[in-house]
Write a protein that binds this ligand. Structure first.
Ligand code: SAM
Ligand code: FES
Length: 348
């Protein structure tokens, strides 16, 4: 126990652990050590962000994807996925509704869908930028060329989310078909940072084959990249994927890793993800109490929500955006936190 607390103290003081130390800490964690960690995590969360929780309005604008990630419900081989694309007008309407509800960040997320050409994407970003100069525009469109990222940045996007998924090459190959590589995905992250995006990365907790050594590599990669945001959530199986019968990730490990991220890089923007809320009715509240400070409710039109089904039993697919906002407000207030109307930029 003392050794585990010492490692947490060391991480807090120096922001680094060796690979062996990471593995030891993750493999030997306990409830008592987690409480010790979460208290420290909340101290840092309060120091930089007070009791504020930032919201990002998620617009899932296409579920077409050319990729075939084994874990993902909208992978191209899933013949049962009911495919849809939002029009530019529909996307703008989501922003309009979101702005009225107090959202100041819009996240455009989708599969890698060639129908949305560079030109179309730039037009959409430009249109949002013109109408909402006070809002942040976040993109989450997967892997693209540096030139494409740069042009989208120039069109007005300011943030980009691209989870590295796993830092370990071998593990990456177990989760993806051969045409995708961990190195390529990492390169995209360096490109995004260099261009000037506020960059987010992350990974699934408990993805098939994941070990403490892989998680150690994930934490070390994040330390090296120093992103502005890290999204982690449990892997949740989807019934129409090759991983349908695999076990999902746990709330307990996800929370522990959120706490570790908060004390390693105390200014991070850390979402309590929808996946966490899916496997535990109070998952998002627990995430905030473990050190997270962002929630990402859905702004997509209700009739397409169910179709963006990355995993089974995804929550909030039947609710209007306004209901989600009210529900989250209530949830955050119940634990002494407050949803704020703010872009929620990385604290400098
Ligand atoms: N196409 C973009 C990309 O690749 O980054 C954005 C969409 S992708 C569906 C967004 C994230 O969903 C992925 O980075 C992955 O971590 C997560 N995800 C996919 N399938 C999941 C599952 N079964 N359980 C939990 N998270 C999942
Ligand atoms: Fe492309 Fe999941 S496989 S978004």
């Amino acid at each position: 126990m003392d050794k585990l607390k010492q490692l947490i103290d060391k991480l807090e003081e120096t922001s680094r652990l060796s690979k062996e130390e990471w593995i030891f800490l993750i493999e030997n964690r306990s409830e008592t050590v987690a409480e010790y960690l979460f208290e420290k995590a909340r101290k840092w969360q309060h120091k930089y962000y007070g009791n504020h929780v930032y919201t990002r309005g998620l617009i899932e604008f296409t579920n077409y994807c050319k990729n075939d990630c084994y874990y993902c419900g909208i992978r191209r081989s899933n013949q049962n996925a009911d495919r849809y694309r939002l029009t530019r007008e529909q996307i703008i309407e989501c922003c309009q509704i979101g702005y009225g509800l107090g959202f100041r960040t819009f996240v455009l997320q989708g599969g890698e869908d060639g129908w949305f050409t560079q030109k179309r994407l730039e037009e959409i970003v430009r249109a949002i930028r013109e109408s909402y100069p006070d809002c942040a525009i976040t993109l989450s469109l997967g892997e693209r060329s540096k030139e494409s990222y740069r042009r989208l940045f120039e069109a007005g996007a300011d943030r980009y989310l691209l989870r590295h998924e796993t830092a370990d090459e071998g593990h990456y190959r177990n989760l993806h078909p051969a045409e995708l590589s961990a190195a390529q995905r990492r390169q995209c992250l360096w490109d995004l940072k260099e261009i000037g995006y506020q960059t987010g990365t992350g990974f699934m907790v408990g993805s098939p084959g994941q070990t403490a050594a892989h998680l150690a590599e994930d934490m070390m990669l994040i330390r090296k990249l120093e992103p502005h945001m890290v999204g982690i959530g449990p892997f949740v199986p989807h019934h129409d994927t090759p991983f349908a019968a695999e076990k999902g990730g746990t709330v307990e490990l996800t929370l522990f890793l959120i706490g570790l991220l908060r004390i390693m890089l105390p200014k991070l923007l850390l979402p309590a993800t929808t996946a966490l809320g899916t496997i535990d009715a109070r998952g998002r509240e627990k995430g905030i109490l473990a050190g997270a400070n962002v929630v990402m409710p859905n702004l997509s039109p209700t009739d397409v929500r169910k179709k963006y089904e990355l995993y089974d039993n995804k929550i909030c697919t039947g609710d209007e955006a306004a209901e989600c906002r009210t529900c989250l407000n209530r949830r955050m207030e119940s634990i002494g936190y407050q949803l704020v109307v703010d872009r929620g930029d990385f604290c400098q």
